[in-house]
Ligand binder design. Structure first.
Ligand SMILES: C[S@@+](CC[C@H](N)C(=O)[O-])C[C@H]1O[C@@H](n2cnc3c(N)ncnc32)[C@H](O)[C@@H]1O
Length: 261
């Protein structure tokens, strides 16, 4: 009984409610990214570079505007790779999705992902690492991998009301040191993403202001591209079409939101 109460308290805590809302926001923006990529005539090839079990990616596929061409989930933890692979099998997605072990801060490994992903996801990772140089390396790898017009979903964590609880209660991924979340203001996070070569399109945030989810597009000729050959079509044209589709979608949404007078 007491255990159940403690569990309930833990699960209902504001931090966990924020995490559940972030999952919904990720799923919403991932479905949107899939629609944008498809309407720009691109393949829909998704990569998540630190996927956990990848549940939100796999669940977003139900109700997506179109089926993806491929889904690549990566994580550093062997356990997550095993459990995520089991989830892929349980959902019958073995033909389109796979889970492999990979380091999200290894630029060359990200740049070499084949086939080239058109939608990248990085969620819940960068706040574990205070060092912006690491984040820049990871984003540069994503910018190398994703062709112009491709899309990037990234999360932010501007503040957290339970920092001390987390620092004291959870084991650190950094050799037993207290796990102090690295909060970044949204401006700091957006600048890191922008200087890697992406242009932000939109953002979601939960009602407590803890977790953000943003969508950006790989900008034409920007960032630290290493010149991998793009298959299928002119990446510049794809980029222009993604921006155009995003603008039209936004206008349509604004029209729906406007009250009928
Ligand atoms: C807080 S979890 C987020 C999981 C999932 N992306 C989400 O949003 O729910 C952080 C994940 O990053 C993974 N991770 C940590 N360091 C990593 C690295 N260097 N490369 C790849 N994954 C890493 C962990 O194994 C863990 O699954």
């Amino acid at each position: 009984m007491l255990g159940k109460l403690i569990d309930r308290n833990y699960l209902e805590s504001i931090g966990w409610r924020g995490i559940r809302q972030r999952k919904l926001h990720l799923e919403e923006l991932l479905r949107k990214a899939i629609g944008l990529a498809r309407s720009a005539g691109m393949f829909v090839r998704i990569v998540d570079i630190a996927a956990g079990h990848g549940r939100y990616v796999l669940e977003a596929l139900d109700g997506a505007p179109t089926a993806p061409d491929s889904v690549l989930l990566r994580d550093y933890s062997e356990l997550n790779v095993d459990q995520g692979s089991a989830l892929i099998r349980a959902k019958g997605l073995g033909r389109v999705a796979k889970f492999v072990r990979g380091d999200a801060f290894d630029r060359a490994s990200l740049a070499g992902i084949t086939p080239r992903p058109t939608i990248g996801i990085v969620s819940g990772l960068y706040e574990l690492f205070p060092d912006n140089a690491l984040v820049r390396t990871s984003l540069a790898g994503l910018a190398d991998a994703i062709p112009e017009g491709g899309l990037l979903l990234y999360t932010g964590q501007p503040w957290h009301p339970q920092l001390e609880l987390i620092a004291r209660a959870l084991t650190s991924h950094r050799g037993g040191l207290p796990w102090v979340m690295r909060r970044r203001t949204q401006a700091e996070m957006d600048q890191l993403v922008e200087s890697a070569g992406f242009r932000k399109l939109e953002q979601r945030i939960d009602e407590w202001g803890i977790f953000t989810v943003s969508l950006a597009t790989r900008a034409a000729g920007a960032g630290s591209h290493v010149g991998i050959v793009v298959d299928r079509e002119s990446s510049h044209e794809a980029g222009v079409r993604v921006l155009e589709s995003a603008r039209k979608l936004k206008e349509a949404e604004a029209r729906r939101e406007r009250p009928h007078l």
